[in-house]
Write a protein that binds this ligand. Structure first.
Ligand code: UT7
Length: 334
């Protein structure tokens, strides 16, 4: 415990997505929309949607296993699993189920909820456990099945979201810290902009005592407000992390943003004076997969051979809460 020289390296990534795909053309049969509107406003073409046999726990475990395979690590070596999700299979948490499915018998697991910022929040949380020496091998998973909570009659939200899971393996190292900087923020005064809220329904129980037995309502979003917030806050939180890391935007090899809208990614890149070629995007294929979007996109870029060991990645998650966050890290073992 308490060895201050322990740093973090991120040595494996993996992902998983449901089999079924819902295209923009499909959506135009459900609500009044078009491929032209969705593509030009968001960059999305299709998204993966889970069926009744695909659970969040299963997809998360597959993503984690793929990350462990890349890292050359066995599930039995994992000390801690952090599952970032807002859509668990069980409100008590799905982390332990994922731990069981992975066969990570000695790991402790818990859920972390920070919506689309969840993966970066979980990565920074994992780093605290590693730096203090409490845990050595940590799997961080970002996973969401938002399709479960979409109002399929609301064209302003139903075209945006898809399902998926992504994971990374973090390991303690004494050979230099590869997580160069990170920053996390919340502003609950803007909470009403994006919700998947519980709506209570009173039920009389006995005498003058009532209980609440409602349910969660489908996603609602003030898209324009969240767009404005993202374009203002994301460059700022990345600039803060760059300052902390002692680097400039010229040192960044890849910009890896939460995949909410291609226009947001382009605007942030422009603000940071980063060329388009440095923006990692899988939004056309996956849509907005909430906590999964950053590790899913990272995994695709690593497997395509784009991201190479030693590359500097500036990641940022943002969304409901409202929350926003950044992490700057060097990828892989090198
Ligand atoms: O992951 C969490 C974080 N989320 C985000 O960061 C999302 C941020 N917001 C956005 O990405 C964008 O605001 C949206 C993609 C959600 C919407 O794009 P927009 O360019 O801001 O559109 P808008 O809301 O200003 O709507 C423009 C028009 C409206 O019609 P009127 O009022 O101009 O007649 C909408 O009713 O587009 C209409 N519209 C649609 N039309 C066809 C809204 N949704 C659709 C649709 N198909 N699916």
């Amino acid at each position: 415990m308490n060895n201050r020289k322990i740093g973090i390296s991120i040595i494996g990534c993996g992902s998983a997505a449901p089999q079924n795909q819902l295209s923009n053309q499909h959506l135009s049969q459900i609500v009044e929309t078009s491929d032209e509107w969705i593509s030009s406003r968001t960059g999305m073409k299709t998204r993966h949607i889970s069926n009744e046999t695909e659970s969040l726990s299963q997809l998360s475990a597959i993503a984690a296993q793929n990350a462990l395979t890349m890292a050359g690590m066995a599930a039995s070596d994992v000390d801690l699993i952090i599952l970032a999700t807002s859509t668990p299979d069980d409100l008590f948490g799905s982390g332990s189920k994922v731990q069981h499915l992975m066969g990570a018998t000695k790991a402790v697991a818990f859920d972390l909820t920070a919506a689309c910022s969840g993966f970066v929040f979980a990565l920074i949380t994992a780093a605290q456990y590693i730096r203090t020496g409490m845990y050595h091998n940590v799997v961080v998973i970002g996973s969401d099945l938002l399709s479960r909570w979409v109002d399929w009659s609301d064209r302003t939200t139903c075209v945006l979201f898809g399902d998926g899971a992504g994971a990374v393996v973090c390991q303690g190292t004494t050979g230099g810290d590869r997580l160069l900087a990170g920053a996390l923020y919340s502003d609950g005064s803007l909470n009403d902009c994006l919700n998947l809220a519980y709506q209570s329904q009173s039920q009389s129980l006995v005498e003058d005592i009532t209980v609440q037995s409602g349910t969660y309502q489908p996603i609602t979003m003030n898209g324009r407000e969240v767009y404005r917030f993202a374009v203002a806050k994301v460059p700022e939180v990345i600039e803060k992390a760059m300052f902390q890391a002692g680097i400039t935007s010229e040192d960044i090899d890849w910009l890896l943003l939460h995949q909410a809208n291609q226009r947001i990614m382009d605007a942030v890149a422009q603000r940071l004076k980063l060329p388009q070629e440095k923006v990692l995007s899988k939004i056309a294929q996956y849509g907005n997969t909430s906590a999964a979007s950053i590790p899913l996109t990272l995994d695709a870029a690593v497997r395509e051979g784009k991201v190479k060991p030693g590359d500097i990645i500036a990641a940022s998650g943002f969304g409901a809460g409202l929350t926003w966050s950044s992490a700057i890290f060097r990828w892989g073992q090198f």
